[in-house]
Design a protein around this ligand. Sequence first.
Ligand code: PAF
Length: 309
Amino acid sequence: MKIAILGAGAMGSLYASYLVSQHEVTLIDSYENKVNAINTLGITKVNHDHTKEHFTCRAVVSGTDIGIQDLLIIFVKSIHTYQAVSENAGLIGENTIVMTLQNGAGNNRDIAHFVAQKNIIVGTSTHNSVSMELDKFYHSGCGPTNVGPDLLTEESLLKTQMIADMLRRCGLEVNVIENVQKVLWQKLMVNCGINALTAVADCRIGDVKENPHLWNICQHIVNECVLVAEADGTHFEADDALAIVKKVCENDASGYSSMYQDHKNKRTTEIDKINGVIAGLGREYGIPTPYNDIIVTQVHALEHKNLSA
Ligand code: PAF
């Protein structure tokens, strides 16, 4: 298959590492230095046990010259989805399947401006990956990739199953979920509970559970998410939601969240597409979300500080 991955960060590079031996894979990233490093040095993946694997993969700054793809996987930050897909719309033909495994809410709606909804697969990844150098990343946490059709029809489900089988043949653990909405909420809750706290407290993912003060704030954040999800039509037991967040803290304990990495690299974070979405929906449904509100402001304060430094 011809596969393009939009976003050559830690997650995009991780998925490339699985796919590249069996498919024609191209990483696309607007950061030219990164593209040059990948093309000259290849990519080194540092595994959880600190063993290293090296692989080569073509990288380009823009998808305009590589033609229509069979599959486009989106891994750019959710705040850039619309622009990135718009700038690379030449990759998308009538039969191209576009799959988002990004953090944040609303990526499917941004993608649907450029792709028929029947060709969009939405999902979540439970892998954790940390950028080390331009050509190197650390694979700190492993887990299933959960995917489902954005619009459930017999045809879109078959396409999703076909992509899932292809990913499995490349060594990924994949679940196909017909009603993917609950899984998307689950991932949003994980990101709400962990990401901003690790940026604000300057810590690893495991510390959110180990530090009782952080765990206390995390519980409040997740409880607000559960109330907002309920108002939006998706039910979670609060204990189950917290158990899911706790498990990710254990699984990815030694890793750094994507928001921590954005903060450290002085990039704009995805806060408005994560806790900001909970705060916004809370206002819409009349549900107070003080913990999510304050953490959104704190992360914006960090971004402001980074910009003025
Ligand atoms: O955003 C991330 O870094 C990941 O989604 C997370 C929350 C650590 C789960 O792997």
